[in-house]
Design a protein. Structure first.
Length: 269
């Protein structure tokens, strides 16, 4: 092919090719737990002991007993039991577990993924959520709360994702949506619950698919994107009862097992 004609063909091909967009930032894992050891990793987690209903009129007593929180067969198990536990002179009908990463894992923005399988039953309330590590903008909910996953045990195919913001209680607000699993329930198998949290934008995902995005919220303590512009930590718990789900009934199976396969936190670079 003559050189001039070859140059013309190459030029035409270049002009007709689609423009390449700038590469999207990649996610890099900065913190994770695969629960591969014999016990909970204390460098990453704290077990909360609470005899006062978790702030939501819950019925359980949160303990650090192995019956309620343990690592077993490569998974974290949080187990709710009807066993009348007692702590510091307080006795309740139910026991369960709650862990948090505060001061061991605190992040500003990122992708948080938790692969888990939930228990079922009236009055059972598994949750994966985030709280501010400091109340920079005021007490709850002026400094925010990010609920990655909440499920009612009596509706195990329905996932709730919610932001809490606004002013201190009782002037708090919430915004969010629900996602219904097309087939089966979140108790049948493990699913990956996640958020992608960026400045001014939070998206919720199930098994890698975005199902909700929020870009509007507020705090009486600061200008947007407050309160979701400060470090938060992760909380994983299994509640029994409370205003969100109501009390267990005779059909509720105990013990109820909330199983977590892994937790991964990634940030963009």
């Amino acid at each position: 092919m003559p050189r001039l004609r070859r140059f013309a063909c190459l030029l035409a091909a270049a002009l007709s090719a689609p423009l390449l967009s700038a590469a999207e930032p990649a996610w890099r894992v900065v913190w994770e737990d695969e629960f591969a050891g014999p016990a909970l990793d204390w460098s990453k987690w704290e077990i909360e002991v609470n005899a006062f209903g978790g702030g939501n009129n819950e019925l359980q007593l949160y303990t650090d007993r192995r019956e309620n929180v343990r690592v077993e067969d490569g998974r974290l198990v949080i187990e709710a039991r009807r066993d009348k536990p007692g702590i510091a002179g307080t006795q309740r009908e139910f026991s369960s577990g709650r862990i948090r990463s505060k001061r061991r894992g605190d992040w500003l923005y990122g992708k948080v993924e938790v692969r888990a399988r939930v228990p079922v039953g009236q009055g059972i309330w598994p949750a994966i959520w985030m709280l501010p590590s400091d109340d920079t903008y005021g007490t709850w909910a002026a400094s925010g709360e990010i609920d990655i996953m909440e499920i009612k045990g009596e509706e195990p195919n329905l996932l709730w994702g919610t932001l809490h913001h606004g002013g201190p209680w009782p002037d708090n607000r919430s915004s969010g949506a629900q996602y219904r699993l097309p087939k089966g329930s979140f108790a049948d198998d493990f699913h990956t619950f996640a958020i992608e949290w960026e400045k001014g934008r939070i998206s919720w995902l199930v098994d890698g698919v975005v199902w909700q995005t929020q870009t509007e919220w507020n705090s009486t303590g600061g200008a947007f994107p407050a309160p979701f512009d400060k470090p938060f930590h992760l909380v994983i718990n299994l509640a029994v009862g409370g205003g969100f789900v109501g009390a267990p009934d005779p059909s509720t199976p105990f013990p109820g097992r909330f199983e977590i396969d892994f937790v991964r936190v990634s940030q963009q670079y």
